[in-house]
Structure formats: structure tokens, C-alpha cells
Write a protein of this length. Structure first.
Length: 176
């Protein structure tokens, strides 16, 4: 999905940074294991820059943004933060990930411009694209939270492990 620009009150909001892209994730050789390379195909949902309707709220015409499945409200804060997503995705190999309550994974904690930590939840799924096509990484939503999401006593899992297990067809279950 290539996202079209959004226009509001004379301003243009370019969404090219959320167009699909691919990158190679390299896991260096370690302890006798050879280097591993994975092609990651990335796609983003409109939930990365829009929000749902709150109870009793109607979507203002000037803020409506639609894809082929739904219409949501363009969210300026989500849009602003979405500009970080391509870099967050490219460096997932260095991050720990967590299971959410819906079968997805997420990463969080970003450093704001003022040096403070914020809880920017980036929810995603990872699936095999085919033997030569690599893996599909779908960013289903990304938004700021006031506190750490889904605080549970579960161990995080490194994105590298998710990639390896997905490539090998191994299930990844939350570890208590």
C-alpha cells in the first residue's frame, strides 16, 4: 500500500516514509555459527498515522482518511511520530520485543528530543514471505502511551530470535 498525501487546512502531510520497503537484516557470525541474512519486506497500516473514533464521536470530514477497509481520523501526533518508524524498523535487530494480548509483538521506549523516555508502542506481526522472498513485517499500529503497555511478568524476546524462528517455522510463545 502506497499512502496518498493528506491535506488539511492548507497543509500537505506526506506519507512517503510509510510506503513499503525492504531491507536486509544481517546477524553476524557468532560462536561458530555462520552469518545469517534475511530480507525483510515492510508494510505499514494506516493505524500508524490515524486513530479510531471514540464513543459518541463522528469523523470530521476534513480529518477522514480511508484505505480499502476502513475510515479513521488522521492523527497529527501519530503522523509526527510515524516519521521515526522506518528507522525503528531498520534497527529492530538490536531491540527486545514483547508479546501483546492479541498475538502480536511490540517494541517500545523511545528517547524524546528533550532526553526523556516515552512509551511509543509499535505493534507488528512477522511472517514468512516465501523461500526467496524473505519475511514480511507488518506494522499494524504505532502510538504513544502514557505508561508502559501490557505490563506483565513475561520475558522479552530479541527481534533476531523472532526472525530466525519465523524463518524456520518455529512457534514463538510468551515465556513467563
Amino acid at each position: 500500500m502506497r499512502w496518498r498525501e493528506f491535506y488539511c487546512e492548507g497543509e500537505t502531510y506526506n506519507l512517503e516514509h510509510l510506503h513499503p520497503f525492504s531491507f536486509d537484516m544481517v546477524i553476524p557470525a557468532k560462536q561458530g555459527q555462520p552469518e545469517q541474512r534475511y530480507n525483510i519486506n515492510v508494510r505499514f497500516s494506516l493505524h500508524c498515522f490515524s486513530r479510531g473514533v471514540k464513543p459518541g464521536e463522528k469523523i470530521p470530514d476534513h480529518l477522514a482518511y480511508s484505505d480499502d477497509r476502513e475510515t479513521r481520523i488522521f492523527d497529527f501526533d501519530r503522523y509526527h511520530r510515524s516519521r521515526m518508524l522506518p528507522d525503528i524498523v531498520r534497527y529492530l535487530g538490536e531491540r527486545k520485543c514483547f508479546h501483546d494480548n492479541h498475538g502480536n509483538f511490540y517494541v517500545f521506549e523511545i528517547t524524546e528530543e528533550d532526553g526523556t523516555t516515552a512509551y511509543y508502542s509499535v505493534f507488528f506481526t512477522l511472517s514468512k514471505a516465501g523461500r526467496k522472498a524473505g519475511l514480511n513485517l507488518f506494522i499494524s499500529s504505532a502510538h504513544l502511551r502514557e505508561e508502559r503497555p501490557y505490563v506483565r511478568q513475561i520475558k522479552p524476546i530479541r527481534f533476531r530470535v523472532l526472525v530466525y524462528n519465523t524463518w524456520k517455522g518455529k512457534a514463538v510463545k510468551p515465556a513467563p
